[in-house]
Write a protein that binds this ligand. Structure first.
Ligand code: LLP
Length: 421
């Protein structure tokens, strides 16, 4: 459920008409709903109660500091994968003991930064990383809390670019080698082993791969405990998928996911962490764009928008589907017609949808891409020197620009000219 609904014929974010925001902010822009973000976060906390748990929002999916602050104030933890994300979490006021640091290539500088600023745990992904972290922590006179990410060799049955739990993927240590790696971790002076971490992929639309992975983690917990390790935390990653198309998709709900977690690892007495990104942010955001032209091609009509692949790359990059709707509600009974929906960027790949059935649209009409809150703004670029798309946060009947559109002066003046020119 989200809070983007038609009211008096216009699509609203909560109590604000998207057309009103467009008039002030210009298009394209991302718009997020506080109520939807809050509700999705709470679905997870409810699903995991009464187990001790922390829901760590995967910042990579939507990293605006205002959004992080919204979630942080509800008690959310954060999953970060870079110094920049760590600093965003801190800027949002999230304390270090609610931040987990994931990622296969943490540098020593990043490790130092997090140890200085406070960290709940590093999710360590390899032996070299483990040794580096131990050295950094020892030099700072401290011990780094860690979970070791295991690769359970499970097929997440999702898009190949976002599957992470198969043995051929770069993530984690093979679960078969876990005993040896945990034994080494326990010997390293700068580490304190807290638990096990696993994340098998993103946009999972079935529970079964999670079940396979979590059962393996449960077995491993028992084995490692028998080997003398105090496994007290399980970080079960993110990945629960969302319906991108309202018409025909019904992925499992957080309640089902929570029940699965209880069933598979609930009897171990561990504190549970999860790292959802998409399920919290995805349907909490839309990308609003304006029609520049309707162009009649030889055998099709092109809807040329002022948003492009640089603003929302998922369709070009993964062939992803986003529902597109008119901001002004079509009259009942109006016949939709097919359009190829494209942006102004000079690449054929700048296509959002082909043959998409939409109501009759004309120049200056507004459309909204649904389910664009996750992996939307964060993956935007300034390709074609198109200003980075702004972000707006709605809260009830008011809204704020939470990242302004840069001016052309700002963009051009970021380049510097060497003295020989
Ligand atoms: N934890 C780790 C270690 C991850 O690598 C990810 C996502 C998450 C949590 C959050 O997963 P989520 O709950 O959002 O599925 N750009 C792609 C998605 C990349 C996901 C990368 N890792 C897309 O637009 O579909």
């Amino acid at each position: 459920m989200d809070h983007f609904l038609y009211r008096s014929g216009t699509l609203h974010a909560e109590d604000v008409a998207l057309s009103d925001i467009a008039r002030v902010v210009g298009t394209p822009f991302y718009c997020y709903s506080t109520a939807t973000l809050t509700r999705h976060y709470q679905l997870f906390t409810e699903a995991l109660s009464p187990m001790p748990h922390l829901v760590c929002f995967a910042i990579k999916s939507l990293s605006n500091v205002a959004v992080l602050k919204t979630l942080g104030q509800l008690g959310a933890g954060m999953d970060v994968v870079s110094a920049g994300e760590y600093l965003r979490a801190k800027a949002a006021g999230v304390p270090g003991d609610r931040i987990v640091f994931s990622g296969v290539g943490k540098t020593r500088e990043e490790m130092r930064l997090a140890l200085e600023g406070g960290i709940r745990q590093f999710n360590v992904e390899s032996e070299p990383e483990m040794r580096a972290l131990s050295e950094v922590a020892t030099a700072m006179g401290t011990r780094a809390p860690i979970a070791i990410r295991v690769n359970p060799d499970v097929d997440a049955r999702t898009h190949e670019k976002i599957a992470t739990g198969k043995s051929e993927n770069k993530f984690g240590i093979p679960i078969a080698r876990a005993s040896a790696v945990y034994a080494e971790a326990a010997r390293l002076p700068g580490l304190e082993v807290m638990g096990i971490d696993v994340h098998i992929g993103s946009q999972l639309t079935e529970l079964e791969p999670f079940e396979q992975a979590y059962l393996k983690v449960a077995d491993l917990t028992r084995r490692l405990r028998a080997e003398g390790h105090d496994i007290r935390r399980l970080d079960l990653g993110g990945g629960l998928g969302i319906p991108y198309s309202r018409s025909n998709e019904a992925p499992p709900l957080p309640t089902d996911y929570g029940a699965l977690i209880k069933r598979t690892v609930g009897d171990l007495g561990c504190e549970i962490e999860i790292e959802p990104g998409r399920l919290i942010a995805g349907n909490s955001g839309v990308l609003v764009s304006r029609v520049i032209y309707v162009k009649n091609g030889e055998d099709r009509d092109f809807l040329i928008l002022d948003a492009a692949m640089n603003d929302l790359v998922r369709p070009s990059m993964y062939g992803a589907h986003h529902d597109i709707v008119a901001v002004e509600e079509p009259a009942p009974g109006a016949e939709p017609r097919p359009y190829d929906v494209v942006g102004p960027v000079c690449e054929t790949g700048d296509t959002f949808a082909k043959g998409r059935a939409l109501p009759d649209l004309a120049e200056n009409d507004l459309v909204a891409f649904r389910s664009a809150g996750a992996y939307g703004a964060v993956m935007a670029s300034e390709y074609n020197t198109r200003p980075l798309v702004p972000e707006v946060l709605v809260h009830g009947d008011h809204y704020a620009v939470i990242r302004a559109r840069p001016t052309f002066d700002e963009i051009v003046s970021r380049d510097t000219i060497p003295e020989w020119l």
